[in-house]
Design a protein around this ligand. Structure first.
Ligand code: ADP
Length: 401
């Protein structure tokens, strides 16, 4: 493998500048997308179906040509309205959702074929492919054909094929979407480990926030062809740029509220929801008396049990009264769905002990995970209601606590 590593280029930096793609007027598949990827960085493009992820990835690969703007590798333009470096000259490997193995070739031939364009002797190609497959624990599959493999095995072979030539750039097109949950998690770890070992610049697309948070050095969130935020997973989770980003990266719920006080220097706001006074971080310009929307991360909620409630003197600062509507065992404890007034609910409210349906409880809210947006910022009318993600699976569990 070290032999092939020496043969291929290094991890490039990627500069995407004002990239636009129109397949059919007047719809923009990509609109004015700009971002910089440092060499060796693992970037995940996250967004709902139709947001432009595949178009962006395919344009980086050279499988699509942009309508406007440009893509440069190491400062050299490879895509623009007038420049087009073909895919085979971009020194990249791609892993697809449907594995895309050659059905008439054995596993070993599939992997060694990826080395063909490097001009290695057939025996060297096969030796490198065998080594890569052995290393991934797939040696026993060498002589088999793809049709005799499970989906997980096929995708691991596809990963071996992508990695064997040590390309400087790795592109992943929703590689885990067709796999079972258990397998997804294992393969995700394998992808994270192996790609980082190669040091390749990596762009990975998914609609799954859990995958994005687990894998990325940087996440780019796409909405309707626009890049609405680009940042570290922590920045995206802690300071979503828009209500869309907050929703798409997981919420316990949303509550209508009225601003009592706004501190512009700290960016913090004091709000009323029913008779509860709450603190939050402001995601836009707000003033006293404004009607706004409070977006709550699950990780910032905590269920307060009756004993704790007594100790809090019944005071409602930072707490909401509620009734448990559902409870789910999560191993370490329980996630509760709590109705908190006005028919609004908060999901993923954690407590070590189980509180049964119908129990009256308090929900404590940590201001750090409470984000208030003006109604005018789209907070009141989610454009992608169907894609709002509950915070239960990813960050409400052990990872975020
Ligand atoms: P995603 O990968 O996020 O699901 P896509 O990049 O596939 O999004 O699609 C973005 C938009 O471009 C969608 O509206 C889609 O219908 C449109 N689109 C994608 N590919 C084509 C194509 N080959 N021809 C016409 N429209 C396309």
């Amino acid at each position: 493998m070290s032999e092939s590593r020496a043969t291929l280029g290094h991890a490039p930096s990627i500069e995407i500048a004002s990239l636009t793609k129109v397949y059919a007027e007047p719809n923009y598949a990509l609109k004015d997308v700009s971002l910089s990827v440092e060499p060796g960085m693992f970037v995940v493009l996250l967004g709902p179906s139709g947001s432009g992820k595949s178009t962006l990835l395919r344009t980086v690969a050279g499988l699509e040509r942009p309508t406007g703007g440009s893509i440069s590798f190491d400062g050299r333009v490879v895509s623009s309205a007038v420049v087009h470096v073909p895919v085979e000259r971009r020194e990249l490997s791609m892993v697809f959702q449907d594995y895309a193995l050659w059905p008439h070739m054995t596993v070993l031939d599939n992997v060694s074929f990826a080395l063909k364009r490097l001009g290695l002797k057939s025996s060297d190609r096969r030796a490198s492919a065998q080594e890569m497959l052995e290393r991934m624990g797939l040696g026993r599959l060498c002589g088999q054909y793809p049709s005799s493999l499970s989906g997980g095995e096929q995708q691991r072979v596809a990963l071996a094929r992508a990695l064997v030539a040590h390309p400087g750039l790795l592109l992943f097109d929703e590689p885990l979407s067709n796999l079972d949950t258990d397998l997804r998690e294992r393969l995700r770890v394998e992808i994270a480990t192996l790609t980082r070992e190669t040091g390749a610049t990596t762009i990975y697309i998914t609609h799954d926030q859990a995958e994005a948070f687990a894998l990325a050095d940087r996440i780019g969130v796409l909405e309707k062809g626009r890049l609405v935020q680009f940042g570290t997973p922590e920045e995206i989770y802690r300071s979503p740029a828009t209500p869309f980003v907050a929703r798409f990266t997981g919420l316990a719920g949303e509550l209508p509220c009225v601003v009592e006080h706004m501190d512009a220097t700290t960016g913090s706001a004091c709000l009323w929801f029913d008779d509860a006074k709450l603190d939050a971080r402001a995601g836009g310009a707000l003033a006293r008396g404004d009607e706004a929307r409070l977006l709550v991360r699950s990780a910032s909620t905590a269920l307060v049990s009756p004993n704790e409630r007594e100790r809090s003197d019944g005071g409602l600062i930072g707490h909401l009264r509620g009734v448990v509507r559902d409870v789910a065992f999560r191993g370490r404890g329980y996630d509760h769905l709590v109705e908190v007034g006005g028919g609004k609910t908060l999901a993923g409210v954690f407590h070590l002990e189980r509180h049964e349906r119908g129990a009256e409880v308090l929900v404590g809210l940590d201001a750090d995970g409470c984000l208030v947006f003006p109604n005018s910022s789209g907070a009141d009318s989610p454009s992608t209601e169907a894609s709002v993600v509950e915070d239960l699976s990813v960050l409400s569990g052990s990872a975020a606590r």
